[in-house]
Each structure stands twice: as structure tokens, then as C-alpha cells.
Design a protein around this ligand. Structure first.
Ligand SMILES: CC(C)(COP(=O)(O)OP(=O)(O)OC[C@H]1O[C@@H](n2cnc3c(N)ncnc32)[C@H](O)[C@@H]1OP(=O)(O)O)[C@@H](O)C(=O)NCCC(=O)NCCS
Length: 388
């Protein structure tokens, strides 16, 4: 049974040229044919290379080197400092490599390992790798190689289409004692959105403040109801969501005033879909260097919601900013059926809707009717250009 090191003591980061001495030292303890300095230099700089260094209390103690191409991660080397083996560090660094690779849409991890290297085979098998064959006399000393493989679920990306915002406060029933009673109805709205073909479901529940455990409970239930294939996104919350790190289908959407995206990414892991609201060109440009998967841009129209003070950007404003965006743009703000084609033709990847699928504020439609409305919106969005 592996030791469980406290996360605070461990840092896993990509290898850099300044780490060559650490890579060399660890290689020398682990392999009969350690990489030369020149070889490591090339490994650390090639575009396909993926290298990671694990530091324990600031000291480099494990390395992993691999290549990522054509949707495959080839793991070439894993080394843990001899006196720290058998303490779970090998598993930590391989797990990290697999998570990071899933985040970049890798679907399979492959490797070969010396026949008889029980520790390595045991490590990979403990992570779900399967033996797929034997390569005879593969190594220079005549030892056979065991071939191993693990299928990965790539990170679910945001599909183009309708991004359904489930605004619990607009529906008017997430306060205090009514919460539990109305939760099952909220989940029905979520399921209806997924069945109607939404590309994402976002929970907005301003009446449940950040840090309120009920907020995370409601979100976790919605995530489960919506399933792993359609991202379920929570608005403005990091602390509680860190407990749901890397859960299939999880997402977080931040406003400009919320936790910085870099901090949020650390908390929620690479596999959580992360979005950021933007309202002008400068914010869109700034988002390009940040660890977000998509940006919201708006308001397209004036709204009475929380962002009422942001200047209306209109479809023209949207058209101007999409060229500056490095990630998909979700148009938001008072969008109705008539806006869908213009918004799509302006280059938006998706359109966020609230009232257009939930019905008027204070008089929400039933989940069934909301689902039908959303299905109609999806059909309009999918229509070829210039079709009435
Ligand atoms: C292989 C290596 C990377 C494993 O790292 P590690 O930190 O010792 O492994 P962990 O402690 O994370 O162990 C994870 C799992 O691997 C398996 N494992 C680890 N050591 C094992 C051993 N000696 N025998 C059998 N299984 C072993 C176990 O299933 C273990 O899980 P458990 O502790 O819950 O039972 C390490 O031994 C090493 O650096 N070896 C030299 C270099 C090498 O051979 N690299 C791999 C080929 S590139």
C-alpha cells in the first residue's frame, strides 16, 4: 500500500532545460542506458515531447518522459529516486501525465517495459494498463519488451450549439427550505436540456452564496443528472468545486471579478471545462494567454440580469472580437431565436440562452415545455445559412 503524501508537499510540473541535471541524476539511478545531456536537451525542447518533474518538498525526485502525437501518448521513461520507491510517487507522476494528456485530447497511452521489471509492470497495471504483446529481444541486451496500452477518455470539449443556462433564481425556487423540494424539478430541467441537444448546461444560483454547501450539493446532483457527455458548468465557485476535480463532465464559469482563471485551473484540474466571461476586445485578447477552454462574450442585447451594467456589444461587436479569440466564443445576453443565425454567422461557437428556453422570469415553463423550446432553438441554430 502506497504512502499518501500530502498534496501540499508535491508539485508536478513540466520539465525545463534548467532541470537537465535533475533528469540526469534520476536517469542514472534508474536505467542502464541513461540519456546524455544532448539527448535530454532535445527531449526537453521537441514539440512532441511531454516531460514532467515531480518535486517532493521542493526537491526533484521523479521524472517522466514521453511523446504526444496523433492522439497518442507514448510513455518512454519513468524514474523515481531509489530511496523513495514504493511510496506512490511513480503512480502520482504517471497519473498526472495521463490527466494532462486527456486534457489535450489524447485517447490512448502506450509503452513498452522490460520483461521482468515487475515494479514497472505492477505500476502500469495498477493504473489500468493492459498487456497487449511481447516484442522479442527488443532491448540491446536481448531482453524482451512487454507492450502495454490504456484507453483514455479525452476531456469533453464544448460542442457548437445551444448553451443552456439554468438560472435557478429566475425560476424563483432555490431559497432555503424550498431547496430540497425543488431540487428534483431542477434536475428535470437539466435532463430536458441534455435531451434537447444542449452543448452545455450551466447552473446559475446567485441566491446560494459561494461557500454554501447546498450550492455544491445542487451542482453535484445536476452534474450526475446531466451525465458525462454534456458539460455541466457551475457559475462562479472554486472552493467547493475543488472537491469535484476532474470529474467527467464538470465545468466552471468565471466572471471577470471572480477567482483568477490560473488559480481556478489549479483548483479544478486540467479536465474541468473552464470558461471566462468577457465584455470587450481587451478582455478577449487577455483571455488568449489564460488557461480557459472557452469565453463568454456579451451582452449581445441589454439584459436585466446581474451584468446589466456591461455595455451592450451587439452582433457587430461579437463579429469583431471572434478573430481575437483563441478559444471558442459563447455569445450571451438576451439571445432569442431570431439572434441565433446572426450570432452563429458572426463566428460564435455557441449561443447561451436563458429566457428563450426557460420562459418569462417569474413564470417559468415546465421542464417539458422548456426542453421543447430548447429543441426548437437547436434546430434553428443547426439550419444552413440563409434558410428562413
Ligand atoms: C517503476 C517505478 C517508476 C515505480 O515507481 P514507484 O514510485 O516505486 O511506484 P509506486 O509506489 O507509485 O507504486 C504504484 C504501484 O505499482 C506497483 N508496484 C510498485 N512497486 C512494485 C514492485 N516492486 N513489485 C510489484 N509491484 C509494484 C504496485 O501496484 C503499486 O501500488 P500499491 O503500492 O498500492 O500496491 C520505480 O520503481 C522506478 O523508478 N524504477 C526504475 C526505473 C523503471 O524501471 N522505470 C519504468 C520503466 S520506464
Amino acid at each position: 500500500m502506497s504512502i499518501r503524501y500530502d498534496d501540499a508537499r508535491i508539485c508536478i510540473r513540466p520539465g525545463e532545460l534548467r532541470d537537465i541535471p535533475a533528469f540526469q541524476a534520476l536517469e542514472a539511478t534508474a536505467f542502464i542506458d541513461p540519456w546524455s545531456r544532448a539527448g535530454l536537451e532535445s527531449e526537453l525542447t521537441q514539440k512532441v515531447s511531454r516531460t514532467w518533474l515531480l518535486e517532493l518538498d521542493g526537491e526533484p525526485v521523479a521524472t517522466l518522459m514521453g511523446w504526444s502525437m496523433f492522439g497518442e501518448l507514448q510513455i518512454n521513461r519513468v524514474a523515481v529516486r531509489p530511496d523513495l520507491r514504493g511510496q506512490g510517487l511513480g503512480r502520482r507522476i504517471v497519473q498526472h501525465a495521463l490527466e494532462q494528456s486527456r486534457a489535450e485530447q489524447v485517447t490512448v497511452a502506450l509503452l513498452e517495459v522490460r520483461f521482468g521489471n515487475d515494479a514497472a509492470v505492477g505500476l502500469y497495471e495498477s493504473l489500468g494498463f493492459e498487456r497487449t504483446g511481447l516484442r522479442k529481444r527488443y532491448y540491446s541486451d536481448g531482453t524482451d519488451a512487454v507492450l502495454m496500452r490504456k484507453e483514455l477518455d479525452p476531456k469533453p470539449m464544448l460542442r457548437p450549439g445551444l448553451y443552456a443556462i439554468l438560472d435557478a433564481d429566475r425560476l424563483g425556487w432555490l431559497d432555503g427550505p424550498t431547496l430540497e423540494r425543488n431540487l428534483s424539478q431542477l434536475l428535470d430541467y437539466g435532463r430536458a436540456a441534455v435531451e434537447a441537444g444542449a452543448c452545455a448546461v450551466q447552473l446559475r444560483a446567485k441566491s446560494l452564496p459561494n461557500g454554501d454547501p447546498a450550492r455544491i450539493r445542487v451542482y453535484a446532483a445536476l452534474l450526475q443528472a446531466c451525465g458525462a457527455h454534456v458539460p455541466t458548468v457551475l457559475n462562479d465557485e472554486v472552493d467547493g468545486l475543488a472537491g469535484l476535480t476532474n470529474l467527467p463532465g464538470a465545468g466552471l464559469h468565471l466572471g471577470q471579478q471572480d477567482t483568477p482563471a490560473e488559480v481556478a485551473r489549479q483548483a479544478v484540474g486540467p479536465l474541468t471545462l473552464l470558461g471566462l466571461s468577457t465584455h470587450d476586445v481587451a478582455q478577449v485578447q487577455a483571455a488568449a494567454g489564460r488557461p480557459v477552454d472557452y469565453i463568454g462574450f456579451g451582452p449581445i442585447h441589454a439584459t436585466v440580469g446581474k451584468r446589466g451594467h456591461d455595455a451592450v456589444v451587439g452582433v457587430d461587436g461579437l463579429r469583431q472580437v471572434v478573430t481575437h479569440a483563441r478559444v471558442p466564443v459563447v455569445a450571451i445576453g438576451g439571445i432569442t431565436a431570431q439572434d441565433l443565425q446572426p450570432v452563429r454567422n458572426a463566428g460564435a461557437h455557441a449561443a447561451a440562452v436563458i429566457g428563450a428556453w426557460l420562459g418569462p422570469a417569474g413564470q417559468p415553463w415546465s421542464p417539458a415545455r422548456a426542453g421543447a423550446a430548447l429543441r426548437d432553438l437547436v434546430a434553428v441554430w443547426s439550419r444552413p445559412e440563409n434558410t428562413p
